[in-house]
Structure formats: structure tokens, C-alpha cells
Design a protein around this ligand. Structure first.
Ligand code: B12
Length: 216
């Protein structure tokens, strides 16, 4: 039941229809459908647009249009996810952001939302975050975990830079570091000395729990 609204949501992203994605999101919430399923469907749809761009069949305005359509729906879905998980006690504090030079926000925000719903106190530093700002953020908020996102092969090395900055400041051993985003692989995560990597937002929550020594 309700699969047609998921199909409509997916289609609306691929035709860049903000009004329709928003309507579908409200309908999903009203019908009490699984908000995580909606995130999956939207992720798959926007990746299709990205693949078209990668093959040279679509252009930057297509990426902008798809992102805008997705961003019209995500606050509604994310509010529902948070509402469901709102009563849990904090499992630890996490500072998250997309690295310097990278303005992709959707996946990082999704991870932040699911971590919040999963019971973590999350401080989202946003996009284009420099190593210095990550350092300030984790110090100010006494973070247990630093979570970094990078979507491009050109910005992935920033994650290494942040880890090196923490090492230089003598903070590396005081914090767990998890990395992700479309440009990151398990192998890359290991090579830069991160404590964990996951390719999905729900997987990021499971990873954070493991890093905090908590059972699911
Ligand atoms: C939407 C989009 C944009 C939008 C972003 C809008 C926004 N508000 O975010 C706009 C139009 C602005 C944009 C701009 C550009 N983009 Co763009 N974009 C995309 C697109 C289509 C989707 C990204 C997305 O939101 N995916 C959906 C989310 C849910 O997925 P995700 O971010 O990977 O996150 C998931 C996981 O990775 C994980 N995760 C994410 N973060 C973290 C963190 C942790 C700790 C963990 C554990 C897990 C985790 O959980 C999420 C949920 O499953 C991708 C294609 C793709 N395949 O990803 C291209 C893509 C990333 N973009 C690309 C490019 C080239 C650009 C531009 C340079 C284009 C240009 N010529 O200007 C600019 C760069 C601007 C900049 N400096 O950052 C390339 C990068 C190529 C590369 N290998 O480096 C891609 C891959 C497209 C392509 N196939 O060529 N883009």
C-alpha cells in the first residue's frame, strides 16, 4: 500500500518538480509510511540524475533542479524521522560536516538526521567546512565522534587533512572519526586513518554506535 506515492516521489525528483516532491512527502507522513523508505527512494532518484550528468547526458542545471526538488521534500521527511526518535537519551555527541571545497549537503544532512533520530546529540557544521572549523567545533562541543562527508574525488583528500590537523594538535586519540560520502571507499578510509566508513546513512548510525561501544 502506498507504493504509488513512492513512485510519484521518485519521478518528481527526476523531472525537478519541487511542488510535487513536497506534496508526496506530506502524503507519506500523513499515511504514516516508513520515512526511511522515502529517503532511499529519493537517494536512488537523485543518483540517477547524477549518473546522467556523469555520462554527459545531463547538465549542471539538471543537478540543481533535482537537488532543489529533493530539498523541498527532505525537511518534511526528516522532521518525521526525528519525531519518531525524539524521546531517546543521548548516546554521545557528534560533530558533522561536509569538507572544505565541497558544497554537497543532502547526504550529510541525511546522516545527521538519522544520527539524531538514533539518539546522538549532533552538531551540524554545514558544508565547505575547513579543517580549522572542524577542530573548533569538536573542541567547543566536546565531541565523541567526528563525521565527515565528501562527494568529490577532488575534496576527499580534505578528510586526510582534517585528520592530520587533529594529529598535529594532539587531539586525534581523543575522538573517533567516521567518514563517508559518494567519493569515499572503505580502502580510502583506512588509508587516511579513519576509525570507520559506511556507504549509507542507516549504516552510519550503526557505525557510530559501534564506535561508542554500544549495542544496537
Ligand atoms: C545533487 C548534486 C549536486 C548539487 C548539490 C546540491 C546540494 N544541496 O547538496 C549541486 C548542483 C550544487 C552540485 C554541484 C556540483 N557537483 Co554534484 N552532484 C550531485 C549529485 C547528483 C547527487 C548528490 C547527492 O545529494 N546524492 C544523494 C545523497 C543521499 O548521497 P550521498 O551524499 O552520497 O550520501 C549518502 C552516503 O554517501 C552516505 N554518507 C554521506 N555522507 C556521509 C558521512 C558519513 C560519516 C557516513 C558514514 C556516510 C555518509 O549517506 C548518504 C545516504 O545514503 C551527485 C551524483 C551522485 N552520484 O552522488 C553529483 C556529483 C557528486 N557532483 C559532481 C560534480 C562534478 C559537481 C560540480 C563540480 C559540478 C560543476 N561543474 O560545477 C559541482 C561542485 C560544487 C562543489 N564545490 O561542491 C560529481 C563529482 C564527480 C567526482 N568524482 O568528483 C558527481 C558524482 C556527479 C557526476 N556523476 O559527475 N552537485
Amino acid at each position: 500500500m502506498g507504493t504509488e506515492v513512492l513512485e510519484e516521489l521518485s519521478k518528481a525528483i527526476t523531472i525537478y518538480d519541487r511542488g510535487e516532491t513536497e506534496r508526496c512527502a506530506r502524503e507519506l507522513v500523513q499515511r504514516k509510511m516508513d520515512p526511511l523508505k522515502a529517503l532511499d527512494v529519493m537517494t536512488e532518484a537523485i543518483r540517477q540524475v547524477g549518473d546522467g550528468f556523469g555520462r554527459g547526458e545531463l547538465w549542471l542545471p539538471d543537478l540543481v533542479g533535482a537537488a532543489a526538488a529533493m530539498e523541498a521534500a527532505t525537511p518534511i521527511i526528516e522532521e518525521e524521522i526525528k519525531r519518531v526518535g525524539a524521546t531517546r537519551e543521548s548516546l554521545g555527541s557528534i560533530v558533522i560536516g561536509t569538507v572544505f571545497g565541497d558544497i554537497h549537503t543532502i547526504g550529510k544532512t541525511m546522516v545527521a538526521t538519522l544520527l539524531t533520530a538514533g539518539g546522538f546529540a549532533v552538531v551540524d557544521l554545514g558544508i565547505n567546512v575547513t579543517a580549522e572549523s572542524f577542530l573548533e567545533g569538536i573542541t567547543e562541543h566536546h565531541a565523541d565522534i567526528l563525521a565527515m562527508s565528501a562527494l568529490m574525488t577532488t575534496t576527499a583528500p580534505e578528510q586526510r587533512k582534517v585528520i592530520e590537523t587533529l594529529e598535529r594538535e594532539g587531539l586525534r586519540d581523543k575522538i573517533k572519526i567516521m567518514v563517508g560520502g559518494g567519493a569515499i571507499t572503505e580502502e580510502f578510509a583506512k588509508s587516511i586513518g579513519a576509525d570507520g566508513y559506511d556507504p549509507t546513512a542507516p549504516g552510519a548510525v550503526a557505525l557510530a554506535m559501534r564506535l561508542m561501544g554500544k549495542k544496537q
